[in-house]
Design a protein around this ligand. Structure first.
Ligand SMILES: NC(=O)c1ccc[n+]([C@@H]2O[C@H](COP(=O)([O-])OP(=O)(O)OC[C@H]3O[C@@H](n4cnc5c(N)ncnc54)[C@H](O)[C@@H]3O)[C@@H](O)[C@H]2O)c1
Ligand SMILES: [Zn+2]
Ligand SMILES: [Zn+2]
Length: 368
């Protein structure tokens, strides 16, 4: 057991930095010194109560760092290895992993709701009482203990300050395009929301060779950023009707729409904006009290539209994190450009507020 500094959410809206105790790694786990961790809207939704989580909890699930110690039986990693962490490890053995759905792993995906290890325990505590580990990592902390499957070794020369955004934003956004939807070359793509996830979707659509990448976001700075990252069009939803815009652009509707804002009503907007046979990918995680309605079921049936969920871009982290780093190295994926602010751990409140106020694209914490 060792004492570490961490950002602890005590209750909705009550986020502070203090000391917690961290267990030594158990069998199959590794202890990682966190160097950098991003701030994602999924964390903000927990802080603000839009998505429920047990408290107290250490949030932060977009992290990179250096392995400091390994538990018994760990063969994949050793002390000194640089790693990018993934919030959804896959065991490789369960029903879902063996059928090509690694992010739905029966062993690890329950952590999304329990904020614990699969057995209900957590490596974090304070005064002997458990502290939850948010979204499988708890990365707004000096150190984390995670399963070895959740830490992907990267080359020694990788800049972890950049690479951390792969953990969530880039795995999710690029994966949504390449894995969840499997967008084909020449396709037309609509992206609703241009925050960290939406910008990564834009980068994925560019990698896929989409012919039209149209972005919708009310924030002018984010629309401008989207154009720099490869969008072909960027519009303000306050100024255009999105369905009309999609029809004007393509005459039939978009081939694909990615909801990346986390507003359930935008999924309905996406269903209207895609062509018959088109696909709507739900990437955003809307507040728990929001649902969607398909007003005319027969119209959905007869237009053969497809509505698809997307968890962390349907990635296989051990395959995709090295692949995404290779694309970045080749200049085909811009990680650095996504990071618009870096704050120390003690200023986590300001970093979260940056996201709440939609300033920049991605804010990260530089921790150690
Ligand atoms: N599916 C997953 O595995 C996964 C992973 C990470 C994040 N998420 C979710 O993705 C969503 C986006 O996360 P983020 O970190 O990029 O958040 P963000 O706050 O940085 O970005 C959201 C963007 O949506 C824009 N927006 C708001 N209303 C809009 C509208 N009417 N039309 C178009 N755009 C609008 C905002 O201006 C903002 O730029 C969140 O809901 C988050 O919880 C899901
Ligand atoms: Zn996230
Ligand atoms: Zn599994």
């Amino acid at each position: 057991m060792s004492a570490i500094r961490a950002a602890v959410l005590e209750a909705v809206g009550d986020l502070g930095v203090g000391e917690v105790d961290l267990e030594e790694p158990r069998a199959g786990e590794v202890l990682v010194r966190v160097t950098d961790c991003g701030v994602c809207h999924s964390d903000l939704s927990v802080v603000d109560g839009a998505l429920p989580a047990p408290v107290p909890v250490v949030l932060g699930h977009e992290a990179a760092g250096v392995v400091e110690a390994t538990g018994p039986g760990v063969e994949r990693l050793q002390a000194g290895d640089k790693v990018v962490l993934t919030p959804l490890p896959s065991c490789g053995r369960c029903y879902f992993c063996t059928r090509g759905n690694p992010t739905l792993c029966a062993e690890y995906s329950s952590a999304l709701f329990t904020s614990t290890r699969p057995d209900g325990t957590t490596p974090l505590s304070r005064g002997g009482a458990p502290v939850h580990r948010g979204l499988g990592i708890g990365g707004w902390a000096e150190r984390v203990v995670v399963p070895q499957e959740g830490a992907v070794k990267v080359d020694d020369d990788v800049d972890l300050a950049e690479a951390c955004v792969i953990g969530c934003a880039v795995q999710t956004g690029v994966g949504a395009v390449l894995e969840t939807a499997r967008v084909e070359e020449g396709a037309t793509v609509l992206v609703l929301g241009a925050g960290g996830i939406g910008i990564a979707v834009v980068q994925g659509a560019r990698l896929a060779g989409a012919s039209v990448i149209a972005v919708v976001d009310p924030v002018a700075e984010r629309r401008e950023a989207a154009l720099r990252f490869g969008a072909t069009h960027a519009v303000d939803p306050g100024e255009v009707d999105v369905t009309t815009f999609a029809m004007d652009l393509t005459s039939v509707g978009m081939d694909y729409c990615f909801e990346a804002a986390g507003v359930a009503a935008l999924i309905e907007q996406g269903i209207d904006a895609v062509r018959p046979g088109g696909t709507v990918v739900c990437v955003g995680a809307a507040p728990i009290d929001q649902g969607i309605t398909i007003p005319i079921a027969a119209a959905f049936t007869t237009t053969e539209k497809r509505l698809v969920g997307c968890l962390l871009g349907s990635v296989n982290a051990h395959r995709d994190i090295p692949r995404l780093l290779a694309l970045a190295r080749a200049g085909r994926l811009d990680l650095r450009g996504m990071i618009t602010d870096r704050y120390p751990l003690d200023e986590v409140g300001a970093a979260v507020d940056n996201l709440r106020q939609r300033r920049g694209i991605r804010t990260t914490l530089r921790i150690g």
